[in-house]
Design a binder for this molecule. Structure first.
Ligand code: SF4
Length: 373
C-alpha cells in the first residue's frame, strides 16, 4: 500500500531556479526557507516535502491538503479588506514542528502518523475559479507552511491576480531573501506568526529567531502588508520581559504593524500549559501599547477582551471597525482609508466601501469541483 510520502512524491514539479543553488556535483541547496538545506542526491530537506532526485530538486505541486472559505478576520488580517472572504488553501508539511500546532493535520502529515490528510488533486485554474465563484476577494496560502510550497502558491497567485484577486501568506516567517524576492511580485498580504522572542524557544520548535526577525523587517521594507500574531502560551512565551522585547522590536520596525495576541487552547501534543485567560491577553496587549504599537488586538476569546477586538483611530480613538470574534459589526473607514472623525490615514489595505461580510464562520467549499474546471 502506498504511503503518504509515496503519494506526494508523485505530485511534484522542479523547484524554481531562483530558489536553488547547485553547491556540488550531487548536492543542491534549497532557499525556500531559512533552513537553507544542502540536500544530497536521494535525500529530503528538513520539511520532508522537497527532495533531490536525478540531479533535480522536486517540490510539491498539483494538490491541496485542505481548502476552506474563511472570513479574512480568521487569518487574522484586521487591516485588510474587513469582511472579505479569504479562499484559503494549503498543502502538506512544515519546516518547524511546534507541539501546539493548531493545523497539525496538514503541517505534520509527514512526521506524525496520527496526522492524516489525504491530498486532493487540483489545478491553479480550478482553485482560482472556485474562489471567484464563491465571491472571495483574497486567496491565501495557509494551513501548512506556505514558504516550503512557494512555487505552487506563486502559480495560483499569478492566476488569482489575473482575475483581480488579492493574495496572501499565513506563515511562520522563516524565509530567506531569495524566497521573499521570488514571491514579492505576486503577494499583497503576509501574516507572520512570531512565536516567541527567545532563540532557545525557537530552537525547541525546530527553528531560529534571526531569520524570522529579518523576514519581518524585509516584508515591511518591501511594502507587503504585514500583520503579526503571537499565540500566548502560559509558561512558554508570556514572560513580561520577553513580551516587552518582542513588542519593542515590532515598534522599531513600525508602530503601524498590527500585533494580535491570541489565546492558546490545549491542542495536539502540548496539553501541559493552562489555557490562556482573558487577563493574560489584556496584560500582553498593555505591554504592546506601552511599547508604542498603535494597533494591538486580542483574539480567540470573543467578547471577553474589552475593546481589543475593535479598531480605533490611533489619533483620536474614534471607533472604526467594531468586531465580535470574526464578525464585523460596524465599519466607518472612509473610501480613501481615513478616520471619518479626524481624517488620519489608517494603515492597511482598505476597500472603497464595506460591502458587508460574506461569512463570519469558516465553511468548506467542497473539493469535487477542483478537478473539473
Ligand atoms: S523548504 Fe526549507 S526545510 Fe524544506 S528543503 Fe527547502 S530549505 Fe530545507
Amino acid at each position: 500500500m502506498a504511503t503518504l510520502a509515496d503519494v506526494l512524491e508523485a505530485r511534484t514539479a522542479e523547484a524554481a531556479p531562483e530558489l536553488i543553488e547547485r553547491i556540488s556535483r550531487d548536492r543542491i541547496r534549497c532557499y525556500a526557507c531559512g533552513h537553507e538545506c544542502p540536500i544530497p542526491e536521494g535525500a529530503v530537506g528538513v520539511c520532508k516535502v522537497r527532495f533531490v532526485r536525478d540531479g533535480a530538486l522536486h517540490v510539491p505541486w498539483g494538490y491541496i491538503g485542505g481548502v476552506q472559505c474563511d472570513p479574512i478576520e480568521k487569518k487574522p488580517f484586521f487591516h485588510a479588506y474587513p469582511g472579505a472572504l479569504a479562499y484559503s488553501f494549503g498543502m502538506l508539511g512544515c519546516d518547524l514542528h511546534c507541539s501546539y500546532c493548531q493545523n497539525w493535520v496538514t503541517s505534520q502529515a509527514l512526521r506524525d502518523p496520527a496526522a492524516v490528510a489525504p491530498p486532493v488533486d487540483a489545478t491553479p485554474g480550478a482553485l482560482v475559479a472556485d474562489a471567484t465563484h464563491l465571491g472571495a476577494r483574497v486567496v491565501v496560502s495557509t494551513y501548512n507552511e506556505p514558504l516550503i510550497t512557494a512555487e505552487w502558491a506563486v502559480e495560483i497567485f499569478k492566476q488569482a491576480r489575473a482575475v483581480g484577486l488579492m493574495t496572501g501568506f499565513v506563515s511562520n516567517g522563516n524565509a530567506t531573501e531569495r524566497v521573499l524576492q521570488y514571491i514579492r511580485p505576486w503577494i499583497d498580504l503576509y501574516k507572520v506568526d512570531l512565536k516567541s522572542f527567545d532563540d532557545k524557544h525557537y530552537r525547541q520548535l525546530g527553528g531560529r529567531i534571526e531569520p524570522i526577525l529579518r523576514t519581518i523587517r524585509r516584508l515591511h521594507e518591501l511594502g507587503v502588508w504585514l500583520e503579526i500574531v503571537t499565540l500566548l502560551i502560559p509558561g512558554f512565551n508570556d514572560a513580561p520581559d520577553e513580551l516587552e522585547r518582542l513588542a519593542a522590536f515590532l515598534a522599531s520596525v513600525s508602530p503601524d504593524i498590527p500585533w494580535h495576541v491570541t489565546a492558546f487552547h490545549k491542542d495536539y501534543r502540548m496539553s501541559d500549559p493552562e489555557n490562556t485567560t482573558p487577563e493574560m491577553l489584556l496584560h500582553a496587549a498593555a505591554i504592546g501599547k506601552a511599547a508604542g504599537l498603535r494597533y494591538v488586538y486580542a483574539g480567540n476569546i470573543p467578547g471577553r477582551v474589552g475593546d481589543l477586538e475593535n479598531t480605533r483611530c490611533h489619533q483620536c480613538a474614534a471607533l472604526l471597525v467594531e468586531r465580535y470574534g470574526y464578525l464585523v459589526r460596524s465599519y466607518q473607514i472612509t473610501a480613501d482609508g481615513r478616520c471619518p472623525q479626524c481624517g488620519t490615514s489608517i494603515p492597511g489595505r482598505w476597500g472603497k466601501q464595506f460591502d458587508g461580510q460574506i461569512t463570519a464562520s469558516p465553511f468548506l467549499p467542497g473539493t469535487r469541483r477542483l478537478r473539473t474546471y
